[in-house]
Design a binder for this molecule. Structure first.
Ligand code: 164
Ligand code: MG
Length: 369
């Protein structure tokens, strides 16, 4: 693979509706779009999932730009690579900064698949022709409003409903949902809003037949989660705490969770995501693909990784129209009755629309070898 140049674009897109979690509300989504162009004129695309504020994890749009510009891009441009797995090897001595690494690696994976003329899903070893998806619903103004939003998405066919919980917006909310929808696949995401002092409180969720509770305790913990998992029946799913297959190995050893949410950006890219997938499969731990309110480019990467066989639970990859008046890819991601059909075009399989990208670019910079 001969890279001619790499372009970073600082993007800003307004979501249709604000999204509220236990750590905050966001409506404007800023992110970095990566384009890696080869000497034959093909482009690979990646997206950084870091937010503008360090509230979900430490990384931000600005820290990602700095790390990419000053460290990662020079490493990537230093000499040619022959396979995308070499990108994470070349970045390995740079600590942390998973989302920055992932955005560049993702663009290289897309370009690699395009050079081979195969879909990214196939390049990753995925065989599914369709994937089932769920939807993640933010905290609403009232329980009634939440029930209405859930009803709308259940009627659209989404296969699993995820709701956000936090202290004082939890047991009562889940009880009300279960009363109205006794049979839906339902889960709750706490985004680290609790501590071990809440064990008895969290155990009250056990009677509502949740598929799982996602990241109830600290964003960097796997020890307390093990203690909590021993005391509650609801399966724990780890999100924020997992950055690598090594983290997963330790979490499995300790019994910190029964399910893993794989976010490509949070684990440093597709190569590590695949490793985590394989390790979980060997250990009987199902995985699903988390979302970070991505534009179509990041969404396309999520769709590709979800074709691997141990992604047995519906993820957060909802339709483009759930987030955006207009996405930046052609065609947009559509969901029919909770199912996405995997595109069979080379690479990510959705074409980034340069005009729409230009309109949403705050600034950009190009780097050459
Ligand atoms: O629809 C999506 O892209 C998923 C949204 C979602 O649940 C999340 C997005 C970003 C940060 C978190 O709040 C969160 C999650 O923790 O999974
Ligand atoms: Mg989460």
């Amino acid at each position: 693979m001969q890279i001619k140049y790499i372009t970073l674009r600082h993007m800003k897109m307004r979501m249709k509706k604000p999204f509220t979690t236990s750590f905050g509300t966001q409506q404007d989504k800023e992110f970095i779009l990566v384009e890696v162009k080869n000497t034959d004129g093909l482009s690979g695309w990646g997206e950084s999932v870091a937010f503008t504020e360090p509230l979900y994890k430490e990384e931000t749009v600005k820290t990602n730009w700095h790390i990419m510009e000053d460290f990662l891009i020079p490493l990537l441009l230093k000499e040619p690579i022959t396979h995308p797995d070499q990108v994470s090897e070349r970045f390995a001595h740079i600590k942390g900064n998973y989302m920055a690494k992932s955005a560049l690696e993702g663009a290289v994976w897309d370009l690699y698949a395009k050079e081979k003329g195969i879909p990214l899903a196939k390049a990753l070893g995925g065989e599914k022709k369709t994937i089932e998806v769920g939807i993640s619903i933010g905290i609403q103004k009232s329980i009634d409003q939440l029930l209405q939003v859930i009803e709308q998405h259940v009627n659209e066919g989404y296969k699993r409903i995820k709701v956000k919980i936090k202290p004082n917006w939890d047991i009562e909310v889940i009880r009300a949902i279960r009363q109205k929808f006794p049979d839906i696949q339902l889960m709750a995401d706490a985004n680290s809003a609790y501590t071990l002092a809440d064990v008895d409180h969290l155990a009250k969720l056990d009677e509502y037949n949740l598929m799982m509770i996602e990241q109830p305790l600290a964003h960097d913990d796997i020890i307390d989660h093990a203690e909590l998992q021993a005391k509650i029946k609801t399966p724990i799913c780890l999100d924020e705490s997992i950055h690598s297959a090594e983290d997963v190995r330790k979490a499995i050893k300790l019994g910190s969770c029964k399910i893993i949410n794989i976010k490509i950006g949070r684990v440093g890219g597709l190569t590590e995501a695949k490793k985590i997938h394989d390790l979980c499969q060997k250990n009987g731990i199902p995985v699903w693909c988390g979302g970070m309110l991505e534009s179509g480019v990041g969404r396309a990467h999520n769709i590709a990784i979800t074709t691997l066989s141990n992604f047995t639970m519906p993820g957060d990859t909802a339709a483009s129209s759930r987030y955006w008046e207009e996405d930046i890819i052609d065609p947009e991601v559509t969901v029919e009755n909770g199912v996405i059909f995997i595109p069979d075009r080379p690479g990510i399989g959705y074409e980034p629309n340069r005009e729409k990208i230009e309109e949403r670019t705050l600034f950009s910079k190009t780097f050459r070898p």
